[in-house]
Design a protein around this ligand. Structure first.
Ligand SMILES: C[S@@+](CC[C@H](N)C(=O)[O-])C[C@H]1O[C@@H](n2cnc3c(N)ncnc32)[C@H](O)[C@@H]1O
Length: 211
């Protein structure tokens, strides 16, 4: 994994040198160490059967996508709603793995012809049209159940221990373990802290939610 990250980092550094205006969240993947959430996704999935179908929500520049290909998952569909990013994701997967990525330029949830085994939504917290906690939770749950309940949902949240004012992450979308346990009853839950304010700009937690 360390060797693969070196390769990914070099690819991204070259890419960032050529493309103007890359967002700050992408630049994490040009640093010496990968972001903790990326390593956490690896740890969560490392013993999983590679034949399971994965839906990735919000692929961005394809760095989690690339991790999934590196790990050998054979059935990955990556949703990215920004059209301008699709070619970048496809180029990355082609260049590093000589494979054609299965990338869909659309906002998830979308109806699929199958029920994914695993849904991954990390570094992808947006309240979209939600105006309050109830609506935000409904947004999350409609993502979770749109195509049948996945065996595993890897979901990174803004943690409610984060108390600063932040227009991108209003208070109503900050969740804690009790919220997650309430919304996913009967599921097995594991929590992994990925960012902690004030060392990081916000506090985030990845939940591994298994039915
Ligand atoms: C902060 S970036 C992170 C990208 C990637 N997850 C990573 O960690 O490198 C979030 C991306 O998710 C996309 N996005 C947000 N909500 C989405 C949705 N519901 N469906 C598809 N793409 C989405 C945004 O356009 C953006 O490119």
């Amino acid at each position: 994994m360390e060797q693969f990250y070196k390769l990914l980092k070099e690819y991204n550094k070259n890419f960032a040198a050529k493309v103007n205006d890359v967002p700050e969240w992408f630049l994490q993947y040009t640093e010496e160490e990968p972001p903790l959430y990326w390593k956490t996704v690896y740890e969560i999935l490392k013993n999983e059967d590679r034949n399971q179908s994965i839906v990735e929500i919000g692929a961005g520049f394809g760095d989690v996508t690339a991790l999934l290909y590196f790990m050998g998952f054979k059935n990955v569909i990556s949703f990215e709603r920004e059209e301008s990013l699709i070619q970048y994701i496809n180029d990355k997967v082609k260049s590093i793995f000589n494979k054609s990525a299965n990338t869909i330029n659309s906002s998830y949830p979308q109806e699929l012809s199958f029920s994914p085994d695993i849904i991954i939504q990390v570094n992808c917290s947006y309240f979209n049209q939600s105006n309050n906690k109830e609506e935000y939770i409904e947004q999350v749950k409609s993502t979770y159940r749109k195509n049948g309940i996945p065996r595993m949902f890897v979901f990174e949240t803004i943690d409610d221990s984060y108390q600063e004012v932040n227009a991108n992450f209003p208070y109503f979308m900050r969740l804690n373990k009790i919220d997650i346990a309430k919304e996913f009853p009967k599921c097995q839950l594991e929590a992994f802290v990925t960012y902690k304010f004030p060392q990081n700009k916000v506090s985030k937690t990845i939940y591994k939610i298994c039915k």
